[in-house]
Design a binder for this molecule. Sequence first.
Ligand SMILES: *Cc1c(COP(=O)(O)O)cnc(C)c1O
Length: 369
Amino acid sequence: MDLHERYSLTRIINAAGTFTPLGVSRSSERVRRVVDAALGDFYVIDELQRAVSDTICAQTKAEAASVTHCVAAAITLAVAATMTGDDAERVAQLPEATGLADRVVIPAGHVVNYGHSILTAIRMAGARPVVVGDEDGCSVDQIDQALKQEGTACLLLVSSRLVRGEPVDLAGAVACARRHNRPAIIDGAAQDMRIDELLATGADLVLVSTHKYLASPTAGLMIGRQALVRACRAQEQGIGRAMKATKESLCGVLAALEDRAGMDAAEWQQEQARKVAWFMRRAQDLNGVVRASDQPDPSGMPFSRACLALDSRQAAQSLAETLENGSPSIRVMKHGLDQGQLLFELVPLDQDELVTIVERLRDALSRYT
Ligand SMILES: *Cc1c(COP(=O)(O)O)cnc(C)c1O
């Protein structure tokens, strides 16, 4: 069935990355078949949760994992877990935080907005964010000072391409939290290929979106220490009810994790590099393109994006608009437009789509002088 046709929906070529308003990612045929099977039957959700945890533990060095609706939910539940443990009364009390340690330390540069502010996700647990440092950076000393204060529940860190200023010393910050005997949580939403690396910092919990590069249905993984993962699941009887993982997402996550385990990482990386190189070769000689360059993912995921530099902000903006207004609508990453740059994330795209983008670029740019 062609859903675009049936419901008159805009056809998209998504070069904007794992972007929620565009449906994030494309699942493999196998993941889609498993989800289809899941929707047609009943399952014991606890058994599916255990299967995901067992699979994650077999694939990484984690002690345990559990699944919630997404990473936005996982941040809220992880914060809640540090406040309540698995105490049923405390779980039922939230988001009323009276009597609980409710302060969450977060470096200012990690206060990102992925659709809402991460501070909203913290506050939804009933907690109070304590923002440390400023836009230019945050030292481990500053984190240390903040953690000395009474009633600080945990330290929250974000690892993402949205990070601004001088990078926070992640391992140093985690070690500092552990010295103070406070849980360290890493929001690694788009870091599904770096789970062990992030756990190796000593973090108690690493939070990962499954619908980004893992390409399963929407879900958020909470991966790390057994007791804290148990406390995350305990929230299902409290604020977590509104953030539940569904049978189809749990089954889809299992299939996507199996896809990942069977994937040849070197081959995958080569294919991504090939697409970027192919695209840049075609794009660099187009009228108005000052430079085509390869931009490695700044957070450490193993692929690059293609960056086209035009000679002005206006030219870049106008090109992005022309691509978006055509059919199919081509969406690009817009955070470089002020510097005259268009960024293309090619990971989910096939060769036909790359050809279409290049043709549309050629057409749009032939009209600039
Ligand atoms: C995508 C993202 C989120 C939100 O993840 P969802 O699973 O879509 O809720 C949170 N933090 C960062 C750094 C992200 O990149």
